[in-house]
Design a protein around this ligand. Structure first.
Ligand SMILES: *Cc1c(COP(=O)(O)O)cnc(C)c1O
Length: 470
């Protein structure tokens, strides 16, 4: 990688009077911009030749890391294979150039795609209807909870304002409930990582008449299949609440089982995680919400039109390219890959909850705690070896959480390479702990002070200069 220019800001490359463009001779005469519309001083823009600009931004882009550049074992946020054919499909001008206000008879193809995708998702989840309006997973959660809230209110059941959320849940679950104006009740996990049904029974006995819903992720955030769902669903339904399924990462379920069959009433899916849209850094996303028959009358207005249509196109292309046969292999392969890594590393990394996992699992740091090497150090050292770090310090159930999800698409050789590096880092932690604690060594930027970076981010050029001058 040519990093010669790395570290320079485009402003530092600026040379007064240099231009990256040349305009043709003006044949139109001069026109004075009214003084009231002119700026009083010239804009401080960088002045560079074209090649400098191209190289600057190309070199910056080479510092990006993505699924197309390397293995990306981030847990609870499925970063998977994004087949390029789906990009091609989503870029078809017949679809890409549509305007949402076009007359309905000119967008029949797009409408057909929406209903075909809806049919596919219904078949995969066991639910009856989907809305595609939500722009992301968290937006889907909010939409789903609004559906549940509307359902209770339409029945005149006004006091149901509480949502039960397991302590292992993704942070968006309680956040969405709060945004929806609902109160959160946390239900504990047992030592085996599953929802504590006795704790749940106590909650339901105490506050059953106020329970709007229970939100669950299954497999849960520890990558464990919740085995008590039929019992949990019965408890919640008996007290008048509804069951919400967080299907952000649906890949382990594809071909294994369906939320609708397990007793869930409402769910969202992150098309951008499970059905192949490159994401990260904030978008684009799509969080369709599915409901059991009857609840479609409770869909709220959360956005105009059909959300991010191109994400839906990629999802449908992905489902079609897998087909009915191969879509069933997604879950089992995701599960196989995660268990393969887990079993290959559990003698050197602490596995707090042993047993079969689904698509992801959580280590509690290195097994040998005497070295003082933390999960943060391991994650930073992985960067030196060309791997994206796994999810760290989440879930909050353990002090040194290191959450790994390989996804279903990675080859055995890729998994073996990652396992070898993780073992190498465990070895380094023993023989040369300082090497790991001071990592990364081979990245353009070394270890940053996370607290300072979060509390005093310097995001503008001007500020940076003045900071440097201090
Ligand atoms: C990613 C994720 C979400 C939130 O999805 P966004 O698209 O990031 O809003 C919710 N729940 C779980 C389990 C997730 O992994």
């Amino acid at each position: 990688m040519n990093n010669r220019l790395y570290g320079n800001l485009i402003f530092e490359l600026s040379k007064e009077g240099r231009k990256g463009y040349s305009l043709p001779k003006n044949h139109f005469g001069s026109y004075e911009i009214p003084a009231s519309m002119q700026r009083s001083e010239e804009a401080a823009l960088p002045e560079c030749d074209e090649l400098t600009v191209v190289r600057h931004y190309t070199n910056l882009s080479n510092n990006n890391f993505g699924v197309d550049t390397g293995f990306y074992p981030l847990g609870s946020c499925t970063m998977k294979y994004n087949p390029k054919i789906n990009e091609e499909m989503a870029a078809q001008p017949q679809f890409q150039n549509l305007h949402p206000e076009q007359p309905a008879e000119t967008v029949k193809g797009a409408k057909a795609l929406v209903s075909l995708l809806e049919r596919s998702l219904c078949a995969l989840t066991g639910l009856a209807h989907f809305t595609f309006k939500p722009y992301a997973g968290a937006h889907g959660e909010l939409t789903g909870l609004m559906i549940i809230d509307n359902y209770h209110r339409q029945r005149g059941d006004m006091q149901r304002k509480k949502v039960i959320v397991p302590d292992s849940a993704h942070g968006t679950n309680p956040a969405s409930a709060a945004v929806c104006g609902l109160e959160i009740i946390e239900v504990k996990s047992q030592a085996n990582g599953q929802v504590d049904v006795e704790d749940l029974q106590r909650i339901v006995a105490d506050q059953g008449a106020e329970i709007a819903a229970m939100m669950m992720t299954n497999p849960n955030t520890l990558g464990l299949f919740e085995t008590c769902i039929p019992e949990i669903a019965r408890l919640i339904h008996d007290c008048g609440g509804l069951m919400y399924y967080d299907g952000a990462n649906l890949n382990p379920m594809l071909g294994a089982c369906r939320p609708g069959d397990m007793g869930f009433d409402v769910m969202h899916i992150n098309l951008h995680k499970t059905f192949s849209t490159p994401h990260g850094g904030g978008g684009p996303g799509s969080g369709p919400v599915g409901v059991r028959e009857g609840l479609q009358d409770c869909f709220p207005f959360v956005s105009p039109f059909h959300g991010n249509f191109a994400v839906m196109m990629r999802a449908y292309a992905y489902i079609l390219s897998l087909g009915r046969e191969h879509v069933k292999e997604v879950g089992p392969l995701a599960t196989l890959n995660a268990n393969y890594i887990k079993e290959s590393l559990k003698d050197v990394y602490e596995l707090p909850i042993d047993g079969l996992c689904c698509h992801e699992f959580v280590f509690d740091g290195l097994k040998d705690k005497s070295t003082g090497v933390t999960t943060m150090d391991v994650a930073k050292r992985l960067l030196d070896y060309g791997y994206h770090a796994p999810t760290i310090y989440f879930p909050l159930l353990f002090h040194e959480s290191l959450m790994i999800e390989p996804t279903e698409n990675e080859s055995k050789e890729t998994l073996d390479g990652f396992i070898a590096v993780m073992r190498q880092i465990a070895e380094e932690a023993k023989t040369d702990p300082e090497l790991v604690k001071s990592a990364p060594h081979d990245t353009p930027i070394g270890r940053v002070d996370d607290v300072l970076a979060a509390k005093h981010p310097i995001v503008t050029y001007r500020q940076m200069v003045s900071e440097n001058l201090k």
